[in-house]
Design a protein around this ligand. Structure first.
Ligand SMILES: C[S@@+](CC[C@H](N)C(=O)[O-])C[C@H]1O[C@@H](n2cnc3c(N)ncnc32)[C@H](O)[C@@H]1O
Length: 242
Protein backbone atom coordinates (compact mmCIF):
# COMPACT_ATOMS: atom_id res chain seq x y z
CA UNK A 1 0.00 0.00 0.00
CA UNK A 2 1.25 3.47 -0.88
CA UNK A 3 1.15 6.13 1.83
CA UNK A 4 1.11 9.75 0.63
CA UNK A 5 1.41 12.53 3.23
CA UNK A 6 0.60 16.05 2.13
CA UNK A 7 1.75 19.15 4.04
CA UNK A 8 -0.59 22.04 3.23
CA UNK A 9 -2.39 25.10 4.58
CA UNK A 10 -5.64 23.81 2.99
CA UNK A 11 -6.11 20.17 4.03
CA UNK A 12 -9.92 20.16 3.95
CA UNK A 13 -10.35 21.28 0.36
CA UNK A 14 -7.70 18.80 -0.81
CA UNK A 15 -9.29 15.92 1.13
CA UNK A 16 -12.64 16.72 -0.49
CA UNK A 17 -11.19 16.28 -4.00
CA UNK A 18 -9.19 13.10 -3.38
CA UNK A 19 -11.92 11.47 -1.26
CA UNK A 20 -14.22 11.14 -4.30
CA UNK A 21 -14.49 8.78 -7.26
CA UNK A 22 -11.71 6.39 -8.29
CA UNK A 23 -9.01 7.57 -5.86
CA UNK A 24 -11.56 7.78 -3.02
CA UNK A 25 -12.59 4.16 -3.74
CA UNK A 26 -8.93 3.11 -3.91
CA UNK A 27 -8.44 4.60 -0.45
CA UNK A 28 -11.57 2.89 0.92
CA UNK A 29 -10.37 -0.46 -0.47
CA UNK A 30 -6.93 0.02 1.12
CA UNK A 31 -4.78 0.28 -2.03
CA UNK A 32 -3.43 3.63 -0.91
CA UNK A 33 -3.71 6.06 1.95
CA UNK A 34 -3.50 9.85 1.69
CA UNK A 35 -3.20 11.98 4.82
CA UNK A 36 -3.31 15.75 4.94
CA UNK A 37 -1.34 17.66 7.57
CA UNK A 38 -2.14 21.26 8.45
CA UNK A 39 1.21 23.07 8.56
CA UNK A 40 -0.30 25.70 10.89
CA UNK A 41 -0.67 23.00 13.59
CA UNK A 42 3.12 22.87 13.84
CA UNK A 43 3.96 26.54 14.33
CA UNK A 44 5.17 27.71 17.75
CA UNK A 45 3.65 31.16 17.05
CA UNK A 46 0.73 32.02 19.36
CA UNK A 47 -1.05 33.64 16.40
CA UNK A 48 -0.56 30.45 14.35
CA UNK A 49 1.62 32.35 11.88
CA UNK A 50 3.46 30.35 9.26
CA UNK A 51 4.72 33.19 7.03
CA UNK A 52 6.84 36.32 7.23
CA UNK A 53 8.31 39.04 5.02
CA UNK A 54 11.32 38.08 2.87
CA UNK A 55 14.80 39.23 3.88
CA UNK A 56 16.14 41.72 1.37
CA UNK A 57 12.68 43.16 0.75
CA UNK A 58 10.27 42.54 -2.07
CA UNK A 59 6.62 41.78 -2.51
CA UNK A 60 4.64 39.13 -0.66
CA UNK A 61 5.26 36.78 2.23
CA UNK A 62 7.25 33.60 2.52
CA UNK A 63 6.39 30.40 4.37
CA UNK A 64 8.80 30.00 7.25
CA UNK A 65 11.13 27.02 7.46
CA UNK A 66 10.39 26.03 11.06
CA UNK A 67 6.65 25.13 10.92
CA UNK A 68 7.33 23.13 7.74
CA UNK A 69 10.31 21.41 9.36
CA UNK A 70 8.34 20.50 12.45
CA UNK A 71 5.43 19.19 10.35
CA UNK A 72 7.87 17.17 8.22
CA UNK A 73 9.60 15.69 11.27
CA UNK A 74 6.26 14.79 12.87
CA UNK A 75 5.10 12.95 9.73
CA UNK A 76 8.38 11.00 9.45
CA UNK A 77 8.07 10.03 13.13
CA UNK A 78 4.39 9.07 12.64
CA UNK A 79 5.49 6.67 9.86
CA UNK A 80 8.40 5.33 11.96
CA UNK A 81 11.05 6.64 9.54
CA UNK A 82 14.12 8.88 9.81
CA UNK A 83 13.33 10.39 6.43
CA UNK A 84 10.67 9.92 3.74
CA UNK A 85 11.17 10.85 0.07
CA UNK A 86 10.02 14.47 0.03
CA UNK A 87 8.76 16.42 -2.96
CA UNK A 88 8.24 20.17 -3.03
CA UNK A 89 5.67 21.24 -5.63
CA UNK A 90 7.43 24.18 -7.21
CA UNK A 91 7.31 26.29 -10.37
CA UNK A 92 11.08 25.71 -10.49
CA UNK A 93 10.90 21.89 -10.44
CA UNK A 94 11.25 19.30 -13.18
CA UNK A 95 8.07 19.33 -15.27
CA UNK A 96 5.84 16.43 -14.22
CA UNK A 97 5.02 13.60 -16.62
CA UNK A 98 3.79 9.99 -16.73
CA UNK A 99 7.36 8.66 -16.35
CA UNK A 100 7.65 10.44 -12.99
CA UNK A 101 4.18 9.20 -11.98
CA UNK A 102 5.30 5.61 -12.72
CA UNK A 103 8.47 6.07 -10.66
CA UNK A 104 6.55 7.49 -7.68
CA UNK A 105 4.02 4.63 -7.89
CA UNK A 106 6.85 2.19 -7.03
CA UNK A 107 7.56 3.89 -3.67
CA UNK A 108 6.04 2.83 -0.33
CA UNK A 109 5.49 6.40 0.74
CA UNK A 110 6.33 9.99 -0.08
CA UNK A 111 5.61 13.46 1.27
CA UNK A 112 4.23 16.30 -0.87
CA UNK A 113 4.94 19.83 0.36
CA UNK A 114 2.60 22.58 -0.88
CA UNK A 115 4.02 26.09 -0.88
CA UNK A 116 1.93 29.26 -0.82
CA UNK A 117 2.39 33.05 -0.96
CA UNK A 118 5.78 33.79 -2.59
CA UNK A 119 7.02 30.29 -1.81
CA UNK A 120 9.00 28.80 1.07
CA UNK A 121 12.25 29.56 2.90
CA UNK A 122 15.11 27.98 0.92
CA UNK A 123 16.59 26.50 4.09
CA UNK A 124 13.67 24.06 4.45
CA UNK A 125 14.17 22.96 0.85
CA UNK A 126 17.90 22.43 1.44
CA UNK A 127 17.24 20.53 4.69
CA UNK A 128 14.32 18.24 3.79
CA UNK A 129 13.42 18.20 0.07
CA UNK A 130 14.66 15.43 -2.28
CA UNK A 131 13.08 16.68 -5.50
CA UNK A 132 11.07 19.59 -6.85
CA UNK A 133 8.21 18.91 -9.25
CA UNK A 134 6.45 21.49 -11.41
CA UNK A 135 3.06 21.08 -13.03
CA UNK A 136 4.24 23.18 -15.97
CA UNK A 137 5.88 26.42 -16.94
CA UNK A 138 3.36 28.73 -15.30
CA UNK A 139 2.85 30.03 -11.76
CA UNK A 140 -0.03 29.02 -9.48
CA UNK A 141 -0.95 30.58 -6.14
CA UNK A 142 -0.17 27.37 -4.25
CA UNK A 143 1.15 23.82 -4.49
CA UNK A 144 -2.24 22.23 -3.73
CA UNK A 145 -3.43 21.78 -7.33
CA UNK A 146 -0.10 20.22 -8.43
CA UNK A 147 -0.12 17.97 -5.33
CA UNK A 148 -3.64 16.81 -6.21
CA UNK A 149 -2.48 16.10 -9.76
CA UNK A 150 0.49 14.05 -8.51
CA UNK A 151 -1.54 12.09 -5.93
CA UNK A 152 -4.30 11.36 -8.47
CA UNK A 153 -2.02 10.33 -11.34
CA UNK A 154 0.14 8.11 -9.09
CA UNK A 155 -2.85 6.65 -7.21
CA UNK A 156 -4.57 5.41 -10.38
CA UNK A 157 -1.44 3.43 -11.34
CA UNK A 158 -1.53 1.30 -8.19
CA UNK A 159 -2.67 -2.31 -8.69
CA UNK A 160 -6.38 -2.65 -7.90
CA UNK A 161 -7.30 1.05 -8.13
CA UNK A 162 -8.44 0.73 -11.75
CA UNK A 163 -10.34 -2.32 -12.97
CA UNK A 164 -7.47 -3.58 -15.14
CA UNK A 165 -3.87 -2.64 -15.97
CA UNK A 166 -4.90 -2.05 -19.57
CA UNK A 167 -6.95 0.93 -18.33
CA UNK A 168 -3.68 2.86 -18.13
CA UNK A 169 -1.27 0.89 -20.37
CA UNK A 170 -3.52 1.63 -23.39
CA UNK A 171 -3.72 5.30 -22.50
CA UNK A 172 -1.91 8.40 -23.70
CA UNK A 173 1.69 8.79 -22.52
CA UNK A 174 2.24 5.14 -21.54
CA UNK A 175 4.16 4.00 -24.60
CA UNK A 176 5.04 7.33 -26.19
CA UNK A 177 1.76 7.67 -28.11
CA UNK A 178 -1.50 9.51 -27.51
CA UNK A 179 -4.60 7.35 -27.26
CA UNK A 180 -7.03 6.70 -30.14
CA UNK A 181 -10.45 8.48 -30.14
CA UNK A 182 -13.42 7.02 -28.24
CA UNK A 183 -17.15 6.84 -29.08
CA UNK A 184 -20.21 5.73 -27.12
CA UNK A 185 -23.99 5.57 -27.71
CA UNK A 186 -25.85 6.75 -29.76
CA UNK A 187 -24.45 5.45 -33.06
CA UNK A 188 -25.29 8.75 -34.74
CA UNK A 189 -25.19 12.04 -32.82
CA UNK A 190 -25.81 15.45 -34.42
CA UNK A 191 -25.35 13.83 -37.83
CA UNK A 192 -21.96 12.38 -36.82
CA UNK A 193 -21.70 8.59 -37.09
CA UNK A 194 -19.42 6.30 -35.10
CA UNK A 195 -16.64 4.86 -37.35
CA UNK A 196 -18.07 1.68 -38.90
CA UNK A 197 -15.14 -0.53 -37.91
CA UNK A 198 -16.04 -0.07 -34.21
CA UNK A 199 -19.45 -1.65 -34.86
CA UNK A 200 -18.00 -4.56 -36.88
CA UNK A 201 -17.20 -6.85 -33.93
CA UNK A 202 -13.92 -7.72 -35.70
CA UNK A 203 -11.38 -7.36 -32.88
CA UNK A 204 -8.28 -7.49 -35.08
CA UNK A 205 -9.64 -4.80 -37.40
CA UNK A 206 -10.57 -2.68 -34.38
CA UNK A 207 -7.08 -3.11 -32.88
CA UNK A 208 -5.44 -2.01 -36.13
CA UNK A 209 -7.80 0.96 -36.53
CA UNK A 210 -7.11 2.11 -32.99
CA UNK A 211 -3.36 1.76 -33.41
CA UNK A 212 -3.44 3.77 -36.63
CA UNK A 213 -5.59 6.50 -35.04
CA UNK A 214 -3.17 6.68 -32.09
CA UNK A 215 -0.25 7.10 -34.50
CA UNK A 216 -2.08 9.77 -36.49
CA UNK A 217 -3.21 11.66 -33.36
CA UNK A 218 0.32 11.73 -31.96
CA UNK A 219 1.82 12.87 -35.26
CA UNK A 220 -0.77 15.64 -35.66
CA UNK A 221 -1.20 16.87 -32.06
CA UNK A 222 2.22 16.32 -30.51
CA UNK A 223 5.06 16.52 -33.04
CA UNK A 224 7.47 16.64 -30.08
CA UNK A 225 6.36 13.17 -28.91
CA UNK A 226 6.23 11.88 -32.49
CA UNK A 227 9.87 12.89 -33.03
CA UNK A 228 10.92 10.63 -30.12
CA UNK A 229 8.71 7.69 -31.14
CA UNK A 230 10.04 4.71 -33.12
CA UNK A 231 7.24 3.14 -35.20
CA UNK A 232 7.21 -0.65 -35.61
CA UNK A 233 7.04 -2.32 -39.05
CA UNK A 234 3.28 -2.71 -38.54
CA UNK A 235 2.98 0.99 -37.64
CA UNK A 236 4.71 2.00 -40.87
CA UNK A 237 2.35 -0.27 -42.84
CA UNK A 238 -0.70 1.14 -41.06
CA UNK A 239 0.38 4.70 -41.80
CA UNK A 240 0.77 3.88 -45.48
CA UNK A 241 -2.93 2.92 -45.61
CA UNK A 242 -4.07 6.51 -46.21
C1 LIG B 1 3.17 32.05 -6.22
S1 LIG B 1 4.00 30.50 -6.15
C2 LIG B 1 5.65 31.00 -5.83
C3 LIG B 1 6.44 31.20 -7.08
C4 LIG B 1 7.89 31.58 -6.79
N1 LIG B 1 7.99 32.87 -6.18
C5 LIG B 1 8.69 31.54 -8.10
O1 LIG B 1 8.77 32.56 -8.77
O2 LIG B 1 9.21 30.46 -8.45
C6 LIG B 1 3.44 29.83 -4.63
C7 LIG B 1 3.52 28.31 -4.52
O3 LIG B 1 2.75 27.74 -5.53
C8 LIG B 1 3.30 26.50 -5.93
N2 LIG B 1 3.44 26.53 -7.40
C9 LIG B 1 3.28 27.60 -8.20
N3 LIG B 1 3.42 27.27 -9.48
C10 LIG B 1 3.68 25.95 -9.53
C11 LIG B 1 3.92 25.03 -10.58
N4 LIG B 1 3.94 25.39 -11.84
N5 LIG B 1 4.13 23.74 -10.25
C12 LIG B 1 4.12 23.34 -8.96
N6 LIG B 1 3.90 24.18 -7.93
C13 LIG B 1 3.68 25.47 -8.19
C14 LIG B 1 4.61 26.32 -5.16
O4 LIG B 1 4.38 25.43 -4.10
C15 LIG B 1 4.91 27.71 -4.66
O5 LIG B 1 5.59 27.71 -3.44
Amino acid sequence: MLQIDILTLFPDSMAAVLGESIIGNGIKKGYLSIDFHQIRDYTLSKQARVDDAPYGGGMGMLMQADPLYRAHKAVCKMRGKEHIHTIYLSAQGQVYNQKTARRLATLDNFILVCGHYEGIDQRFIDECVDEEISLGDFVLTGGEIPALAVADSVGRLLPGVLADESCFTDESHWSGLLEYPHFTRPEVWNGRAVPEVLLSGNHEKIRKWRRREALLATRAKRPDLWAKFTPTKEDVKLLEEE
